[in-house]
Design a protein around this ligand. Structure first.
Ligand code: GLC
Ligand code: GLC
Length: 811
């Protein structure tokens, strides 16, 4: 069953039933100031850091679901309703939510009144605009009582929910004109406040939650709205809110526009006060002034649209498959940008107070957005590399506000260093900017330890070489990519985290075949990079190590029908036919086949056939099988999950593309394509009931074949899934891949894709590449650039600022 449809022309998903199987959300904001908004106007806003500068309050995992947001109440005679259906839930005559690129429009209509609300954050602005257009579509004049409502968060979102003995005393507000200012703790220690304004005179207000809602009422039935009268309350402690009360009269056919602005201000020390105890409101008034008319708001929204048109014009395809087009052209790229902005901090599954930025996550995210914002990718690479240790190891996470490594989590995840090579190589291939390698980059944020970024890559490479185990394979440390395969953890205490618990690596024989594959892939990239910049000796040294690793995998990492996953603490095989559970894992099949290990002996083909046989199911490829049914002390968190969920045989959509890419290496386009379609959200729209999360973005996980309800997704939006699927489909299935010297053409297609046009802006020029499939779906038969035939499969760099016509025929 569907709950809406795609509107590709407007780049929107249109939800037509407010009761989606889970809140279907969107993100507002592109820099500094952000908001999350659900299809019923739930969610919250924050400045830069979802934990430390949370502006509005939101209660996760609440009853009912999705509680708290930017709510409007309309009292029309005795009928009370909300344009977003929630929180009142009065059945609406019409409802529609359009989630677009950094904006959402929610429309509700009842008894002849239509309320259209548009939510967005204008570019370069620390504020959300909520534009509400009320229209009388009926035949009678109407007198409406209109209330806005939003609850302030006392800045630190974590403390806000637990330190009540303090927090119920601190709340402070000011009310001036039509603006409610939230100034809790604006004293010596804080220089920031928030405000919620409207561009019209108000007939009353509330700023104290109890006065507005009523102590024992729900948000669906606020006392003030029931009374049809605000309390004009001034909050002192307890829970400050912002609610405007506006009386609106509309003649038949008449409309009225209300423009609300929810903003954030930081004042310099000398300009904090207007008078004693009264905050300086000038900057707030300036923001309000920028968006106080319909024309200004429409212009700001148009600017936002242009911004996205530009970003999305860099990669664009035209094929006969609408689902493929909308994923590649719009939604997958959009999700990559959101993931860039949010990392793993704030979604409807990540509560915005927890995790910092992951070292490995951030490097992988980069491959999804580097073509759109290369300058910011460059900055991100330097930030990440600055948290590396001199021996090549890394802090597993760092904090975005301080950009420092996170001591609480520490290091010791031995895959981490290699992802930096992926990040840097992808950046250089996209931009041609080798100068990044010469940047001086600190270790552990200590400038006195700074070395060039290239040196960081060398220590990353060496970190693996210097940490090999008894089988010549990389020691795993706390965990590799799979955070839950904790082979050195031995945790018997249910109160500790597997990620931070003491790591028992001393004397351990635990080795990772996945890191081995990763090393062969990115080690080979490192070798190539060294050669390109004339470091041939280093390249030769590195190549020996890569070859040694390849041999070690062939000798000790092959199980007969597939690649082993690891060796445990005691040196016993993990992911082998000899194991009772967890006989086969996806990660090592993906990485070792991407690396081409043993391809000459058919190992890659065998491994991927085993994936098909043992791991594939209707909804995607599960992580491992059979799932673990009991807790295995020497494996850790993976065995704590019920069968079929998360890392225990869930479909982890992040790693499915590794298999897709592996399949393309073997030239098996049908299979790669089958796997792509199974998890790509646009293809799952029809089964939204089962899938539950948004049909326009990927979820991190879909319940696997061993789960209670296979096919049910969780954890949408913030996941490496976005970047990896985009990378797999554009660079390996559709096959347009940036290389140092140009664009490589290497599609691997199913027979259902006969032709398409791939438009790619690359290093200043535009390439309009028409691909025509052949019998095999792989291999370039002819390549014509601007009417001239080119040998090989790489489009050499062409003149900038011009569009170049490229025609490709495949075998
Ligand atoms: C989560 C983490 C990521 C990890 C993955 C598998 O997505 O963010 O770092 O690789 O889980 O455990
Ligand atoms: C849990 C999750 C895993 C995630 C990790 C991050 O272990 O299962 O996906 O990477 O937490 O801390």
């Amino acid at each position: 069953m569907k709950y809406g449809h795609f509107d590709d022309l407007n780049k929107e998903y249109v939800i037509t039933n407010p009761q989606t199987p889970f809140p279907w959300i969107n993100y507002l904001g592109n820099e500094d100031f952000f908001g999350l908004v659900s299809n019923t106007a739930g969610g919250y806003a924050f400045y830069k850091d979802a934990k430390f500068r949370r502006l509005t309050r939101y209660r996760y995992n609440n009853v009912p679901m999705d509680n708290g947001g930017r709510y409007f109440y309309i009292k029309d005679e005795d009928t009370i309703w909300s344009p977003g259906w929630k929180p009142v839930k009065t059945p609406l005559d019409k409802y529609e939510c359009r989630h677009g690129l950094s904006y959402s429009k929610i429309m509700g209509a009842k008894n002849g009144i239509k309320a259209e609300s548009t939510f967005f954050i204008p570019l370069k602005t620390w504020a959300e605009v909520h534009h509400v257009k009320l229209t009388n579509e009926g035949k009678q004049p109407k007198k409406l009582k209109f209330f806005s409502f939003m609850e302030w968060c006392l800045w630190n979102a974590e403390d806000d929910q637990n330190n009540l003995q303090r927090n119920l005393n601190t709340g402070e507000v000011e009310i001036e004109g039509s603006t409610i200012y939230h100034k809790t703790e604006y004293k010596e220690r804080r220089n920031h406040y928030a405000f919620y304004s409207v561009n019209t005179p108000i007939n009353g207000f509330d700023t104290d939650r109890e006065s507005f809602v009523g102590l024992y009422n729900e948000l669906s039935e606020p006392q003030a709205v029931l009374n049809g009268k605000p309390g004009n309350s001034e909050a002192h402690g307890w829970s400050p809110i912002a609610s405007h009360y506006i009386e609106v009269e509309l003649q038949p056919g008449e409309s009225k526009d209300l423009i609300f602005v929810l903003g954030y201000v930081e004042n310099p020390e000398e300009e904090k006060w207007e008078s004693k105890g009264i905050i300086n409101k000038k900057p707030a008034l300036a923001i309000q002034e920028k968006f106080n008319t319909l024309e200004k708001v429409e212009a700001a929204l148009a600017d936002l649209k242009t911004y996205w048109e530009d970003l999305l014009s860099i990669i664009n395809i035209e094929s006969k498959d609408d689902k493929l087009n909308r994923m590649v052209n719009i939604w997958n790229q959009y999700q990559c940008m959101v993931t860039f902005n949010m990392s793993r901090s704030a979604s409807f599954f990540e509560v915005g107070i927890g995790r910092g930025m992951g070292f490995r996550d951030s490097n992988q995210d980069l491959i999804g957005f580097v073509h759109q914002i290369p300058e910011r990718a460059r900055e991100r690479i330097i930030d990440i590399a600055s948290t590396q240790f001199p021996d090549g190891g890394c802090y597993h996470q760092y904090q975005p506000l301080t950009k420092r490594g996170n001591d609480a989590v520490g290091g010791g995840f031995n895959d981490d260093p290699l992802w930096l090579i992926l990040g840097v190589v992808s950046y250089i291939k996209e931009t041609g900017d080798f100068s990044i390698l010469d940047e001086m980059v600190p270790f552990d944020n200590d400038e006195s330890l700074a070395k060039t970024l290239f040196d960081h890559l060398t220590v990353s490479f060496n970190h693996v070489v210097n940490n090999l185990g008894p089988n010549g394979l990389p020691l795993i440390g706390r965990a590799d990519w799979n955070d839950c395969l904790n082979l050195n953890c031995f945790s018997t205490n249910p109160n500790e985290s597997f990620q931070t618990t003491e790591n028992n690596t001393e004397g351990s024989k635990a080795e990772s075949v996945m890191i081995a594959g990763l090393f062969v892939v990115y080690g080979t990239d490192y070798v190539e990079l060294c050669n390109r910049i004339g470091k041939n000796k280093e390249a030769n040294r590195a190549l020996l190590e890569v070859n040694r690793m390849t041999d070690a995998v062939k000798a000790n990492g092959w199980d007969g029908e597939w690649f082993l996953r690891a060796y445990d603490y005691y040196g016993k095989k993990v992911g082998s036919k000899d194991n009772e559970e967890g006989k086969i894992f996806i990660e090592s099949q993906g990485w070792c086949t991407m690396a081409g290990i043993g391809s000459e002996d058919g190992l890659c083909e065998k491994a991927l056939d085993s994936v098909k046989e043992h791991l594939d199911c209707d909804y995607g490829i599960v992580l491992n099988n059979p799932p673990f049914s009991k807790y295995v002390l020497e494996y850790g968190e993976i065995s704590t999950y019920p069968a079929g969920y998360k890392e225990n045989a869930g479909i982890f959509c992040h790693n499915n593309p590794w298999i897709m890419i592996g399949e393309t290496r073997l030239g098996r386009g049908e299979r790669a394509w089958e796997y792509y379609q199974k998890i790509s959200p646009a293809y799952l729209e029809e089964i939204s009931d089962l899938h539950r999360t948004e049909p326009y973005v990927y979820a991190q996980m879909i319940a696997g074949k061993d789960a209670y309800l296979p096919g049910e997704a969780k954890n949408s939006w913030l996941s490496g899934t976005a970047a990896w699927n985009f990378y797999a489909v554009t660079q390996y299935i559709l096959g347009i891949r940036p290389e140092y010297e140009g664009l490589k053409i290497d599609p691997c297609l199913p027979s259902s894709i006969q032709e398409y046009v791939f438009v790619r802006k690359f290093r200043g020029a535009t390439y309009k590449i028409k691909i025509v499939n052949g019998e095999k779906g792989k291999g370039v038969k002819s390549l014509i650039v601007n009417s001239e035939s080119v040998k090989g499969d790489v489009i050499p760099l062409q003149k900038v600022d011009v569009e170049h016509q490229v025609e490709v025929e495949l075998f």
